[in-house]
Design a protein around this ligand. Structure first.
Ligand SMILES: Nc1ncnc2c1ncn2[C@@H]1O[C@H](COP(=O)(O)OP(=O)(O)OP(=O)(O)O)[C@@H](O)[C@H]1O
Length: 581
């Protein structure tokens, strides 16, 4: 293995490199610090009032002036922040305590607990939060902290759903099975393998829920239902200021600003956290995960021979293992796809086909990176390309059709919603235009009733239809290169043939270049112009489909072809042992 991986920054380091994350964290940090230091920073106590100071404007020691009762506005803002932010922290804590363990247990164990917990969660989510809060105020009394606990209870399903959804996916991962097989207890598996996956989304959700909690709490207080027994809060200050809006409109500004800044900073922080937690974005080190080394420039002579659409030279992919060492899984792959050409990448399981395809897409899993080599897409080097620019290529120039259609569709959204969103995002169309385009795409992939499919959820359609939907999604931005990773493996034979026919038609009509990852030599013979055979991370043979399938040069390719069962005679019918004797 050549080269050492660049050191990976920690989360604080990555936050410092992310302008949006840094700005929002700074604003939040300053607000929290000011609120915590209220006794030091405030000119007087929050309740200290002098009637002769009523509505007095800003002055030296009182930069925000005085309210209707002659109380210092800045002091009340600082002390009020303690109650407002404290209430949000309490709500979030209750929501985390209820939602996360329940989501972990429901997702991991499933069965009756999942059914009951999901039902309760749906029920709570269906309740109108403001009405429940008003009703609980009437029943439980007007203590604000009690209301915040109720609010935590109401937002707990947000955590439950998030955690459960992720855990259900993780539960089926091979590494979780392996941990089970190796005898690890459930608690250990959850803490070691599952929590690590959900912690990022939980942190992001926490920032969002805190913003919602602050907004709801302020809304209640603004309506006069807060119940902090005279203690200042930003919502109550808004309420008081609103009553005097004619006399001193400026009084509305300060609590409004405090609420707006805090909620805005929380939302922006939540938007930045995915990049920060996954090590994307930022001004430096953004491609650390994917490319630890500067790409090796291709030889000038080789560059001339490189294909116009996709050209891979000397590609190596390495993973950093938990003990810090590196394991190279793809060792110097060369591959070309020209416009209008279908290239099959074949090889047995584990030979490195998917890793090669993911390197082109810039989607290597966590821990994996292109350790050397070059990948040109339409002449543009993508090894070392910042994630933002690589993302721009995905969909527009290169699209991907995955292996398991069902698990690649989000069960929570209709097919239409899942097609429309990326179309809007990538093509900048309005919702209506994007919906029309999605229907056109569904028609293009020969779905019999496109309107119905558009309205359906993934569980309401068949596997073959789901694969057509994914092909429709892949074609939405008219890509020039399609990477299809075992697109028919999960389907029955008849549907396989239909999907292959569809791919063939689209490829021909649009002059698409296709990289078809497969272990099925029948599919290769059916569809591919050229074939590259992979074994243990290396291309052992490549050539036209005719050459490779009919006159294989490498013993490994011959072995693969010999393993095809076409000419093997069927076993004789089973007969009872007695009859055999
Ligand atoms: N996240 C990972 N961490 C470490 N090694 C990995 C990881 N993912 C894949 N590998 C290794 O990379 C090698 C190539 O895997 P790859 O998924 O590319 O195989 P494949 O040829 O696509 O097989 P299949 O047809 O089964 O998908 C395998 O040895 C695998 O163990």
């Amino acid at each position: 293995m050549s080269g050492t991986p660049a050191p990976r920054r920690g989360v604080p380091g990555r936050l410092l490199c992310h302008p949006l994350g840094l700005a929002s964290a700074l604003v939040l940090g300053l607000i929290v610090l000011a609120v915590l230091l209220a006794p030091v920073l405030a000119a007087q106590g929050p309740g200290a009032s002098e009637l002769r100071d009523s509505f007095r404007g800003p002055s030296g020691g009182h930069p925000f002036g005085f309210d209707s009762a002659g109380r210092d506005v800045l002091s009340r803002l600082l002390y009020g922040g303690r109650t407002t932010l404290g209430g949000a922290v309490l709500s979030v804590a209750v929501a985390l305590l209820l939602g996360v363990p329940a989501g972990l247990a429901a997702g991991y164990y499933g069965r009756w607990f999942d059914g009951v917990a999901s039902w309760v969660s749906d029920l709570i989510m269906a309740l109108p939060a403001m009405v429940v809060l008003l009703a609980s105020r009437a029943v439980l009394g007007s203590t604000a902290w009690v209301l915040m606990v109720v609010l935590g209870f109401l937002v707990a399903p947000a955590f439950f759903r998030l955690v459960r959804g992720i855990v259900v996916q993780v539960r089926g991962e091979l590494y979780v099975d392996a941990a089970r097989v190796s005898g690890l207890r459930d608690a250990r598996i959850i803490s070691r393998h599952v929590l690590i996956v959900v912690r990022g989304p939980i942190i992001i959700q926490t920032a969002l829920v805190a913003g919602v909690a602050i907004g709801l709490q302020a809304g209640l207080e603004f309506l006069g239902f807060g119940g902090h027994d005279g203690a200042p809060t930003w919502g109550a200050m808004l309420n008081e200021a609103f009553q005097n809006i004619q006399r001193a409109p400026l009084l509305l500004l300060w609590p409004g600003l405090a609420l707006g800044l805090t909620s805005g900073a929380l939302v922006l922080l939540a938007a930045a956290l995915p990049d920060v937690l996954e090590g994307r974005g930022g001004s430096t080190g953004r491609a650390v995960r994917r490319t630890a080394e500067a790409p090796v420039a291709p030889e000038p002579a080789a560059r001339d021979e490189r294909a116009a659409l996709l050209s891979v030279r000397g590609l190596a992919v390495a993973y950093t293992l938990p003990d810090g060492s590196d394991r190279e899984v793809v060792h110097g792959v060369d591959l070309d796809v020209r416009p209008g050409e279908v290239v099959g990448l074949v090889g047995e399981s584990g030979s490195g086909k998917t890793q090669t395809a993911f390197s082109v897409l810039g989607l290597l899993p966590e821990g994996g990176r292109v350790s050397r080599g070059s990948v040109l897409i339409e002449g543009q080097e993508v090894v070392g390309l910042p994630e933002r620019r690589h993302r721009a290529l995905r969909g527009d120039v290169v699209a991907y059709v995955p292996q398991e259609p069902m698990s690649n569709l989000d069960p929570a959204f209709t097919i239409g919603a899942q097609l429309v969103e990326p179309i809007r995002c990538k093509l900048g169309l309005s919702r209506k235009e994007a919906a029309a385009r999605a229907l056109e795409l569904l028609r293009m992939v020969e779905i019999a009733d496109p309107e119905r499919a558009f309205r359906s959820y993934p569980h309401q359609i068949s596997g073959g239809m789901a694969q057509r939907v994914l092909i429709a999604g892949a074609m939405s931005c008219e890509p020039r290169l399609l990477i299809a990773d075992e697109p028919t493996t999960a389907l029955d034979v008849r549907v396989q043939a239909e999907i292959l026919e569809l791919l063939r038609r689209l490829q021909r009509e649009r002059d698409l270049g296709v990289l078809l990852v497969t272990h099925n030599l029948g599919v290769v013979a059916d569809l591919c112009d050229r074939v590259a055979v992979m074994r243990e991370g290396r291309i052992v043979e490549s050539g036209t489909a005719e050459q490779v399938l009919h006159a294989p040069a490498d013993p490994y390719t011959r072995g693969l072809l010999d393993a095809v069962l076409d000419h093997v005679p069927a076993r004789p019918a089973w007969r009872p042992r007695k009859a055999n004797a």
